[in-house]
Design a protein around this ligand. Structure first.
Ligand code: UN1
Length: 514
């Protein structure tokens, strides 16, 4: 596979140049005032294109354009807003293949995972279109005669979405398409490691907005996380900041936004565990664990990072898992048959190596992988061997999220012990149990079971559908986005009381006769 051809092909297909503006505010800003950055493909470590990013000056422009668009956008009814998202969803369908390619080239995802990313955007677009006709509030019975009481959900205004490199466009769409039908205008600050994908997506989306004469509610603001992220977090004009990223950065965002009583949706680290019971369907659970731990080269928030295996099947399970790991193909993610592509950059490879060293110092025994990998012809890429490490107990490194394909294995005797190990980490995003035993499954799903935002039975911690609310507990930050009623986070709730009578009776029987 000739990557230089692919580079040229993608830039052409997606209307990108070798130098691109990273600021969109009712039009592409010609000379953004921030740093010049390079989009690098982790597949071979070579440049794809150059991006001119923004700084404080561009931030002001983006906010002003965004506020203006919001004022116009609220004059549209929710189903009219849904119509824009329907058109965008259609356009994304047409561009699924080429957008999938840029995701793959810029983040190192396999071809199917790159396209899966775009499919996730199409899915959430469909969801948002339906939702645009279902935004609802409750009506409550009033204690007062000839009174009506109900609640309504109104748009927040301008909101900010700070997305991460690993899902460089779909997580933005989870937030943005839902927020758009609710009535908000959205500023997108993408990860500095995946800016070209964001630019490509914005080119497609803003074309639909423009051609159909909608207000420019989607803006793009590339730039450094510390500068742009901090400006957004501290700015009362940004009513909500939805942040996906590390626990460390999430804490700063959360504290800064809270000081001004703004709203946040935090989707921070995951350290997801799967319990494998002796009552599990073995081949199903092996496939589930392999996908959960190795897909996207272990760089999903939902990646399976720990498995807790019943001692009765431990030996057999681990032997079979090692066999799968020895056969899995690491390499060019654009090639058929390759399941594990590169990590995002050299720093990620360093973190991979240092976590393995720490795990060894803490008593871990490497059962598979353990080293960086070299792929012929792609020596500049950032490859590692998918790794399995047997741990004697929960140790400090197993409580950390390393964004790499490292799987820690623990042994258990009783389900209570397994759940204890499972819940012993600070993060609480996703979880799963592999079992065919109803009692075990129900215990895992009970208040004494998994403490995570997502709980799965006989399927992997990774690979959630958009229809459910996505997010986690504890250090994961407590936010919910995507499906179910997560849309309510993008709105302000207003409780309305209407007196349609001729008298003014007071609540709680209070008299105030004047
Ligand atoms: C993330 O890693 O931030 O559930 C999102 C999954 C994907 C989304 C992951 N649908 O694995």
């Amino acid at each position: 596979m000739d990557l230089s051809n692919l580079r040229g092909e993608i830039l052409k297909e997606l209307n990108l140049s070798s130098i691109n503006s990273g600021i969109y505010a009712s039009g592409w800003v010609k000379k953004p005032s921030g740093k010049i950055v390079q989009s690098i493909s982790p597949i071979d470590g070579k440049k794809i294109a150059t991006i001119l990013t923004g700084s404080k000056k561009d931030y002001e422009l983006v906010i002003q354009k965004s506020e203006k668009a919001f004022q116009q956008w609220v004059t549209f009814t929710p189903p009219q807003r849904g119509e824009l998202i329907r058109l965008i969803g259609n356009e994304l369908r047409d561009h699924k293949k080429n957008l999938g390619k840029i995701v793959s080239l810029e983040t190192g995802k396999t071809t199917v995972e790159g396209e899966g990313e775009i499919q996730e955007m199409i899915d959430i677009a469909d969801f948002a279109v339906g939702l645009s006709r279902q935004l609802h509030g409750l009506q409550m019975a009033s204690e007062r005669f000839e009174h009506r009481m109900y609640e309504q959900y109104l748009p927040l205004g301008v909101i900010g979405v700070i997305s991460s490199f690993n899902f460089p466009s779909s997580v933005w769409s989870w937030n943005s398409f839902i927020a758009a039908v609710v009535g908000d205008a959205v500023i997108w600050k993408p990860s500095s490691k995946a800016t070209l994908t964001a630019i490509a997506v914005m080119k497609i989306i803003t074309k639909v907005v423009k051609e159909n004469n909608y207000p420019e509610i989607f803006t793009l603001l590339t730039g450094s996380g510390s500068e742009i992220g901090n400006l957004m977090s501290a700015d009362p004009r940004v009513k909500l900041v939805s942040f996906t990223g590390s626990v460390k950065s999430g804490r700063v965002v959360s504290e800064t936004v809270a000081r001004r009583f703004g709203k946040t949706i935090l989707e921070l680290g995951g350290n997801n565990g799967s319990i494998v019971s002796s009552k599990a369907n073995l081949s199903l659970s092996l496939k589930g664990v392999a996908f959960g731990a190795m897909a996207t080269a272990g760089q999903r928030c939902t990646t399976t990072r720990r498995i807790i295996v019943d001692e009765k099947i431990y030996k057999e399970f681990v032997t079979k898992l090692k066999d799968i790991y020895s056969k899995v193909k690491v390499g060019n993610p654009r090639e058929n048959g390759v399941l594990v592509g590169p990590l995002i950059d050299g720093e990620a490879v360093k973190n991979f190596t240092s976590s393995i060293q720490k795990a060894k110092r803490e008593g871990g025994k490497v059962l598979a992988g353990g080293k960086p990998a070299s792929v012929k012809g792609l020596e500049g890429g950032f490859y590692v061997q998918p790794t399995v490490i047997e741990m004697p107990r929960v140790t400090p490194i197993t409580c950390e999220e390393t964004f790499a394909p490292i799987l820690y294995v623990f042994k258990y005797k009783t389900l209570d012990e397994a759940i204890r190990i499972h819940n012993s980490v600070p993060q609480g995003l996703s979880s799963s149990i592999y079992t065919t035993d109803l009692t075990e499954e129900e215990k895992f799903l009970s208040a004494l079971g998994s403490d995570c935002g997502l709980a799965n039975v006989n399927t992997a911690t990774a690979g959630a559908e958009i229809g459910g609310a996505f997010g986690g507990e504890k250090d994961t930050g407590g936010g919910r986005e995507s499906g179910s009623d997560a849309w309510k986070s993008y709105a302000r709730r207003q409780t309305v009381t209407i007196n349609w009578g001729k008298d003014i009776p007071l609540a709680q029987g209070v008299k105030f006769d004047v």
